[in-house]
Design a protein around this ligand. Structure first.
Ligand SMILES: Cc1ncc(COP(=O)(O)O)c(C=O)c1O
Length: 394
């Protein structure tokens, strides 16, 4: 066989303003180039302790069971759903976005029966509809998406939803992939039993080790299951040998990703979680004001606007693929198009973590105006830039 001739790795210079990954902080990249130690080295045990403490802070929880799952956000998602769902369990999942459908698929594979509580894509779940669904289906578990990356809608009223579930003796799983570290999230205060996330959104860390937290009630359900969890790799009753007190081998942790997560979470703690939520709200607020002043609209209503993911409605007749390609080719900016019910109708513009900075927001508004003008859309780019600059205090 001939030797493959492959050139040196040279990724293009990109500004990551899509649905994730976001820009990675240089300190995180540096942490990833520090030497490896073994996954049971005493120094790595200290790193594990640090990551667990820092994750508790980011999630605002005292949960002992707070760990990074090896894998992407879908791994922490499947760990949550696969461990909590026993064959025959009924699981209530949201019908208002792409990730509710993924939850349903995971429930089915775990041997459970998914049932949906519906709301239009781009709108949050209505507590009345959730209460009605509990009466109709009597689910064992209720899973919802706090920050729907596919629609840019944030789920408000979280404590109201968790109270409904607890009144019916069900546990609550929250998808916080696009909210952790960027949007107000209070796991304990809001009564969330299990929350999972991904590192590549508002934590600005490369994918590979994904946050998960469970309270004692959730762990008790897992530890008293009648049948083993179908996935050996994600079985939390086995994983606790590594992440619990024993610190014994289960699998070889992705050490470099754990280093990265530690540094990303250190940045969160240094900034302060409330300040970080406020920065996301301010930066995305300036972006939102800019696109609105330009003559565009955001898809979700202001009451459930999600700062970390801005779903901007495209003017009639504008081709989303052409706008996305223009931004990438002319400006090196990554954004994404809509999914599912919103495909072709919206652009999804992220404002997450290290990407959520004034220069990036201004550049994005200017470049978006340019891209839309190239499509002959009637937009007021300078009015948009003025509005963004005003909200940025310039
Ligand atoms: C809300 C939500 N849940 C789950 C996932 C899955 O995460 P990953 O793509 O890292 O596996 C994503 C990814 O974008 C997401 O946005």
């Amino acid at each position: 066989m001939e030797r493959p001739r492959v050139g040196e790795l040279a990724p293009p210079d990109r500004l990551l303003m899509g649905p994730g990954p976001s820009e990675v902080h240089p300190r995180v990249l540096r942490a990833m180039s520090t030497p490896l130690v073994g996954h049971l080295d005493p120094s790595f045990i200290d790193v594990m302790d640090d990551v667990q403490d820092l994750l508790r802070y980011a999630f605002q929880t005292e949960n002992q069971w707070t760990i990074p799952v090896s894998g992407t956000g879908s791994a922490s998602m499947e760990a949550a759903i696969g461990n909590l769902t026993e064959p025959g369990d009924t699981v209530l999942v949201p019908g208002n976005g792409y990730f509710g459908e993924r939850m349903a698929a995971m429930v089915t594979r775990a041997g459970g029966d998914p049932v949906f509580v519906e709301a239009p894509w781009g709108e949050p779940l209505d507590p009345v509809a959730v209460e009605d669904a509990f009466t109709e289906y009597r689910p064992d578990l209720f899973a919802f998406v706090h920050a729907e990356t596919s629609t840019g809608a944030k789920q408000p009223n979280v404590p109201e939803l968790t109270a409904i579930a607890h009144d019916h003796d069900a546990l609550v799983i929250a998808d916080t992939v696009t909210s952790l570290g960027g949007v107000e999230l209070r796991v304990d205060e809001w009564g969330i039993d299990v929350a999972y996330a991904g590192p590549q959104k508002c934590l600005s860390c490369p994918p590979g080790a994904s946050p998960l937290t469970l309270n004692d009630r959730a762990m008790a359900k897992i530890c008293t299951r009648d049948t083993p969890v179908r996935s050996w790799y994600l079985d939390l009753s086995l994983l606790q040998e590594y992440w619990g007190d024993e610190r014994a081998y289960h699998h070889t942790a992705p050490i470099t990703n754990v280093y990265a997560l530690r540094e990303a979470l250190r940045l969160v703690a240094e900034e302060g979680i409330e300040n970080r939520w406020e920065r996301h709200r301010r930066m995305a607020g300036a972006l939102k004001a800019g696109v609105e002043a330009m003559g565009l609209e955001l898809n979700p209503e202001d009451d459930w606007w999600l700062p970390s993911l801005n779903a901007v409605r495209l003017p009639e007749g504008v081709d989303d693929d052409a706008v996305i390609a223009f931004l990438l080719e002319e400006y090196g900016i990554e954004v994404a198009g809509g999914l599912g019910d919103l495909a072709g109708d919206v652009l999804r513009i992220g404002c997450m973590g290290h990407s959520a900075r004034p220069g990036n927001v201004l550049t994005l508004v200017a470049a978006l105006g340019d891209a839309l003008e190239a499509q002959n859309a009637a937009v007021e780019t300078s009015a948009g830039l003025d509005a963004t600059r005003t909200l940025l205090g310039r």
